[in-house]
Design a protein around this ligand. Sequence first.
Ligand code: NAP
Length: 292
Amino acid sequence: MNRVGYGAMRLAGPGVWGFPDDPEAARRVLRLAVELGVTFFDTANAYGPRTVNQLIGQALGPIPEGVIVGNKVGAERGPDKSWVVEGRPETIRRQVHEALTDLGTDASELTYLRLVGDTPGAHQDVPLEESLGALVELRDQGLIRRIGLSGASPQMLTRAQHLTPIAAVQNRFNLLDRSGVQVLADCERQGILFIPYFPLAAGRLSGHHELSGPAERLGVTPAQVALAWLLRRSPSVVVIPGTSSTDHLRSNIAASDVAEHLTDTEVARLTGLVDESHAVLDQPTPPAPGHR
Ligand SMILES: NC(=O)c1ccc[n+]([C@@H]2O[C@H](COP(=O)([O-])OP(=O)(O)OC[C@H]3O[C@@H](n4cnc5c(N)ncnc54)[C@H](OP(=O)(O)O)[C@@H]3O)[C@@H](O)[C@H]2O)c1
């Protein structure tokens, strides 16, 4: 798989709500991504809600052979547009069916369960075993091929693995925010894909001064160095930068070449900007099975 994927969240309208003003421009970005060799797309029912999955279905449908669309379930949007983690099995089942309809496919190559283990102070009402159990049933019915987790603490990953193999974990991790570092280490040890979300720190890294040295030496942009550093940080990493710009899309895809040209010293210096031993997650204790 191409280790530079595409994060589709920002294709929705402002506030990740509704359709964008120019849906055809969004579809063009998605089609161009496939033409340029992107094989891994990231999305969620909560984006829009549903509109980003619908755009992907319209642009790529039928999803080409070899392209994986990783979809997240277990989060909803409140009427005030707030993000709500909602892991009841009936919600999970409904969202998986909605995603298959919106994406125009019979089976999801990868469906993640959204948890709150990387959200400081957040509370999870439904034991992950109940939510995950619904995904396992859907996998056994052939509607899902692989199961992933998003926002998992190390303990949540271990608990999930008692129920099912986990193919991928998507947690927050970038040059400035290493909160996913323990889960990254677990993924690396066990051959699980690690998908750092906000790989460009939601755009803040595109002008970060710490990236200017390698960027100037190689004649590339700070954003490319930020993505290249993630690719070099661990072989388990697949990045999903989000953009609505075709120029940024091309530039992000070229980050895999940049990764080959960063020196070990540059990679180590960027890694050392944050003391990862202090990047400990605020881990809410998830409820045990049978408790609400
Ligand atoms: N699991 C979760 O809870 C979770 C949470 C958040 C996000 N995500 C996933 O992570 C993906 C990525 O997150 P994100 O899009 O919010 O943040 P991001 O990838 O860290 O940054 C995106 C921002 O960077 C800008 N950008 C992209 N490429 C650039 C480049 N080459 N040069 C300069 N600026 C550039 C984009 O603006 P332009 O449009 O102008 O390029 C956009 O404002 C999302 O699409 C979503 O799928 C998951």
